[in-house]
Design a binder for this molecule. Structure first.
Ligand SMILES: Nc1ncnc2c1ncn2[C@@H]1O[C@H](COP(=O)(O)OP(=O)(O)OP(=O)(O)O)[C@@H](O)[C@H]1O
Ligand SMILES: [Mg+2]
Length: 291
């Protein structure tokens, strides 16, 4: 993308330090890219989530360790528990069994270390786009909150609607404001639930490249839920495929395609091969949902 990333993203406190400590416990069937072998940031240990009296758990016995600065994509058929798992990582949902560790500490509720982009936008309707994005930095007492918000709206291509209300923006625009808002407090962890699902193909492609550009500079740990196999491979270091009834990890794939990645990688042999492998697994899992 032509636009540069704002200087606010080049602050040293954004950048992850070099890998230290023991290698994370990773459920991978393939070699893990070296930059993913960093200290564990998020660890799920035997996590089970039940809703109501349902006989089958929404998520059952899921263990997953995500390294600091790693970009993980979560794929799987509708209803397999992706959003539930993300809510567990965000501290919004407490598992009935198992635990979540964030930087080695048990997660007992929402953490300021996690920025969340929800599947549906969740902007404050009584605030302008700019004030929505500036909300987090203001709560942190940052005197340049307005500037941070303006820079981020520029990055997501919405500087021209900074003073408009969410209700006057399209669904995709609202979602982009939500992304800017999640980035505004510079969280070391970004949890994103189908953030680009409502965007048209061109905007989606631009946003993917912009997200990679931001990630490359700041190296937050990202968990990115998507239904789009190509999007998952294009973005991630690791693709985790879930299965349904109950929601579990079916398989994991290391994505060892070199970075930086541009749209051309979609034609690379390695990309096509990964897409074929993942499509095969997803097809089997999706078929099970049509029982
Ligand atoms: N608040 C809730 N109350 C009851 N059941 C729920 C609740 N949230 C999720 N579920 C159930 O848990 C299961 C997993 O739902 P979840 O939303 O995590 O799936 P998902 O993989 O994100 O699906 P999608 O791709 O359609 O967004 C589903 O069977 C769903 O009906
Ligand atoms: Mg979901």
């Amino acid at each position: 993308m032509a636009r540069g990333v704002s200087p606010i993203h080049q602050r040293a406190d954004y950048i992850e330090t070099a890998p230290t400590g023991p290698a994370p416990h990773l459920h991978v069937v393939d070699p893990v890219p070296s930059h993913a072998q960093q200290k564990p940031r998020l660890s799920l240990d035997g996590v089970t989530v039940n809703f109501g009296a349902r006989a089958v758990s929404a998520v059952q016995d899921v263990s997953l360790t995500i390294g600091a600065g790693e970009f993980v994509a979560l794929l799987g058929p509708s209803g397999c528990g992706k959003s539930t798992l993300l809510n567990v990582m965000a501290g919004f949902c407490t598992p009935v069994q198992g635990r979540v560790l964030l930087d080695g500490e048990p997660l007992t509720g929402p953490s300021a270390k996690c920025g969340v982009v929800f599947q549906k936008h969740s902007l404050f309707p009584w605030m302008t786009a700019l004030d929505n994005v500036a909300f987090g930095p203001r709560r942190l007492g940052l005197t340049n909150a307005r500037q941070i918000a303006q820079d981020l709206l520029d990055i997501v291509g919405l500087a021209h609607v900074a003073n408009e209300w969410p209700a006057s923006l399209s669904g995709g625009m609202q979602q982009r404001v939500g992304i800017a808002r999640a980035l505004a407090t510079r969280p070391p962890v970004l949890l994103m639930d189908e953030p680009f699902g409502a965007l048209d193909a061109q905007t989606r492609s631009l946003m993917q490249e912009e997200l990679l550009s931001i990630w490359d500079k700041l190296r937050p740990t990202v968990v990115f839920v998507t239904h789009d196999i190509e999007e998952a491979i294009f973005l991630a270091d690791r693709v985790v495929v879930m299965q349904t009834y109950p929601g579990r990890i079916a398989r994991e794939f290391a994505i060892d395609i070199p970075r930086p990645r541009s749209a051309e990688v979609l034609n690379d042999h390695a990309f096509i091969e990964r897409r074929r492998e993942i499509t095969d697994v997803i097809r089997v899992e999706a078929r099970k949902t049509f029982r």
